[in-house]
Each structure stands twice: as C-alpha cells, then as structure tokens.
Design a protein around this ligand. Structure first.
Ligand code: FES
Length: 65
C-alpha cells in the first residue's frame, strides 16, 4: 500500500488510487476528467499537476493550494 504525504500528513493510499481521491475537498469544480483544472496541486515540487490524472506513488509529496 503506497504511503503519500499530503500537506505534511502521511496517508496510506490504496494502490491505483488517484491523488485526487486522497485529498481533502478542493476549491474548484471537479470534473475528474482532466478538463476543469480545478484539481491542480504540487507533486514532488512540480506545480500545476492534475490530481485527478495522477496515480499515487509510494513516497509522493503533495501540496494543495
Ligand atoms: S478534476 Fe477537473 S481536471 Fe482534475
């Protein structure tokens, strides 16, 4: 089971889950299809990554706006 860190908090994530599924509610509209851009987060220091289109990886660091 991958462990990710979200805003400094460690989370056990199911394999093959998207980052968006592991996050607290985000401010924008959420299409879950990579269209609305409402799920942008910083992943491992890279800004503007789409949480709904990114699968969790063990050790991933996620920061929400
Ligand atoms: S939820 Fe719309 S782009 Fe990710």
């Amino acid at each position: 089971m991958p462990k990710i860190r979200c805003n400094g908090r460690e989370i056990d994530a199911p394999a093959n889950a998207t980052v968006a599924a592991m996050l607290p509610p985000l401010p924008g509209p959420l299409c879950a299809m990579g269209v609305c851009m409402g799920c942008r987060v910083t992943i491992d220091g890279r800004p503007h990554q789409l949480a709904c289109q990114t699968l969790v990886r063990d050790g991933m660091e996620v920061t929400t706006p």
